[in-house]
Structure formats: structure tokens, C-alpha cells
Design a protein around this ligand. Structure first.
Ligand code: ADP
Ligand code: MG
Length: 277
């Protein structure tokens, strides 16, 4: 006997509110091209479950490209190609049998410039993520989901009395936390953040950092940052990317963040983390 529609719907609603187990992300020998031009050369990095990994390095060394490969956004650029493997908890996200939306659903992305739908309400911005999963949920479940996502993004107390106000009316830092809440609505296993604080003031930056440190207990985080203090404040693991003299970007070294800043193995890392280039 098939479960009734109501029962199936309640099961779907419950699974939307339950946390997912933590997952690791494993990139192996990633090379990337735009047309003929190679921009990444055999980058391998394990991003362990429940850890914040920061990617650092000068502009143009391929950090954003690497991040976009991690959730299959790279392939949206017509001239782009790549080689290598990305595994989410051991499963190949580029497996031909897997739909693109599945990778996107499990691996959320937050960008440098906060991009909520400006005219859409705060409430609907959070719920909009659900369209990706095609899950239909009742009003009460939606309310619970919106509250839970906004709480986890550190925004609930500031917006709970104006959930129907447009997302575009929030401050920059609040908009960025709204974007985090929106990505949490689909229950990602990994959250990729490309310079999420570069457009924000120091106070908003600290609030986002605190949010990340809470969130990493439920979602693995990878952050690109140009702020060396931020890398040290938030990340346990750090990877230094470099594209020297027109060569494709590669990882010079990676490892425990404190060790890498205190005692880098490579002189180029030492120069970079000490602001010499
Ligand atoms: P980073 O984030 O470290 O600054 P990017 O990943 O954005 O580096 O860029 C790496 C290289 O790829 C740069 O040389 C950049 O100009 C090039 N690149 C990035 N996006 C594109 C694109 N859509 N088309 C062509 N080249 C690109
Ligand atoms: Mg970038």
C-alpha cells in the first residue's frame, strides 16, 4: 500500500527540517581551461567534513574558478573545460548519470556581492531556494524553515518583525546573511563562499565570521578570502594558490592554518602571507 499523499508530504516536510550529516569534499587533479588557456593545473585538495577551509592567493590565480568547479558552475561558461574529479562524500559529482541540479543543491554558493532578489520579501527569498529541489511544503513547514534558516544565518532577531519587507531594503551585511539563509534552505552539505565579506564593513564582516563558525558544525565550508586575518580567525585548513608568471594556477602549499601562517614551508607562501605581494 502506498503511503497517502498527506503522509508523503509530511515525510518530505520532516526531511526538509532535519539536519544532514556532515560531508567532505575531495578535489583530485583539477585542471581547468577557458578556450585554449589553462588556468588551473592539477589542483588536489581535500576539504574535510565540518571544517572551514580557506583559499588564499593573489588575484587571477584561479581561486574562483576552482570554487565554481566544486559545484559545477564552471561548465556554464561556453568556452570552459576541465579535467579531474570532485567527490562529495566519495560520490563523483560529475558522474554522467547525475543531474546538474543535484550538485548545486548539495553544494551552495555565496558570492562577493550579496545578491538577494531585491524586490522579493525576506521570507520569499529564503523559500526561493526550495524551487531548486522541487519540494512542495505546507505553510507551517515553510514558516519553520524560514525561521530556522534565518536563525542559523544569524539574521532572525533583526528581521523577524519584517519578514514581508523586500530583501533589497536590508544593509549589505544583512543581505549577505539573507543569501546564506537562502542557500541553507536546500540543506547543502557544503557551502562555498567567494570573498563573502569583501564588500562589507568590518562589523558586518565579524558577524558573518561568527555565523560561519556556528554553521560549520552542520555544513562544510570553503571560503576564498584576501583577508589574511580572516583566514586565521575562521579556518582550520588553508590552501595557498599561485599562478606564477603566466603559468596556470596551482596550490603551492596547504595545511593547518596556524602552522601555515607561523611557519610556511615555501618561501612564496611566507612572502604572500606577510603581504609582500
Ligand atoms: P581568482 O578568483 O583567483 O582571482 P579566477 O578564477 O577568477 O581567479 O581567474 C583565473 C583566471 O581565469 C584569470 O586569468 C581570469 O582572467 C581567467 N578567467 C576567469 N573567468 C573567465 C572567463 N569566464 N572567461 C575567460 N577567462 C576567465
Ligand atoms: Mg575570485
Amino acid at each position: 500500500v502506498l503511503p497517502s499523499f498527506g503522509a508523503r508530504r509530511r515525510a518530505a516536510a520532516a526531511s526538509i527540517l532535519e539536519p544532514q550529516p556532515l560531508a567532505s569534499l575531495d578535489a583530485r587533479n583539477i585542471s581547468a581551461w577557458f578556450g585554449e588557456r589553462q588556468v588551473l593545473d592539477r589542483v588536489s585538495l581535500t576539504m574535510p567534513a565540518g571544517v572551514i577551509t580557506s583559499l588564499i592567493g593573489p588575484s587571477g590565480c584561479g581561486k574562483s574558478t576552482f570554487l565554481r568547479i566544486l559545484n559545477r558552475m564552471h561548465e556554464l561558461v561556453p568556452s570552459a573545460s576541465l579535467a579531474g574529479e570532485v567527490r562529495l562524500d566519495g560520490e563523483d559529482i560529475y558522474d554522467v548519470g547525475r543531474p546538474l541540479t543535484e550538485a548545486r543543491k548539495h553544494i551552495g554558493m555565496v558570492f562577493q556581492k550579496p545578491n538577494p532578489f531585491p524586490a522579493m520579501s525576506i521570507y520569499d527569498n529564503v523559500v526561493s531556494g526550495l524551487k531548486l529541489t522541487g519540494t512542495r511544503v505546507d505553510r507551517q513547514t515553510k514558516d519553520e524553515l524560514v525561521e530556522s534558516c534565518l536563525r542559523r544565518a544569524g539574521l532572525w532577531t533583526e528581521v523577524k518583525d519584517r519578514l514581508r519587507a523586500p530583501g533589497g531594503g536590508l544593509s549589505g551585511g544583512q543581505q549577505q546573511r539573507l543569501c546564506i539563509a537562502r542557500s541553507l534552505a536546500v540543506k547543502p552539505r557544503v557551502l562555498l563562499m567567494d570573498e563573502p565579506c569583501s564588500a562589507l564593513d568590518p562589523t558586518s564582516t565579524r558577524v558573518i565570521e561568527e555565523t560561519m563558525l556556528e554553521l560549520v558544525q552542520e555544513v562544510t565550508i570553503v571560503i576564498v578570502t584576501h583577508n589574511m586575518q580572516q583566514a586565521q580567525r575562521v579556518s582550520q585548513q588553508c590552501a595557498f594558490f599561485l599562478a606564477a608568471h603566466g603559468t596556470p594556477g596551482a596550490i603551492v602549499e596547504h595545511g593547518d592554518t596556524d602552522a601555515m601562517f607561523a611557519d610556511p614551508l615555501d618561501p612564496r607562501t611566507f612572502d604572500y602571507v606577510n603581504g609582500r605581494f
